[in-house]
Design a protein around this ligand. Structure first.
Ligand SMILES: [Zn+2]
Length: 71
């Protein structure tokens, strides 16, 4: 028997596209035009998932743009 993992939501990192369970990713939102880490992953609005601060740093320059352009 395998442990039940069927309902683990998977998201891909916006920067490196690696797919990971949502719980292993950082959720970022745009708040007042600034990227903000959604630590509890419960802030309303569009989020972007990133796997690490390295990935955050690699796209933070255009994170706001990326998120606002997404429809
Ligand atoms: Zn990544």
């Amino acid at each position: 028997m395998t442990p039940s993992t069927a309902h683990t939501p998977v998201r891909s990192c916006k920067a490196c596209r690696k797919k990971l369970p949502k719980s292993k990713l950082q959720r970022w939102i745009i708040s007042a035009d600034q990227p903000k880490l959604d630590e509890k992953q419960n802030i309303a609005g569009r989020g972007t998932y990133l796997c690490s601060m390295d990935c955050y740093n690699s796209i933070k320059g255009h994170l706001t743009q990326l998120m606002q352009r997404r429809r």
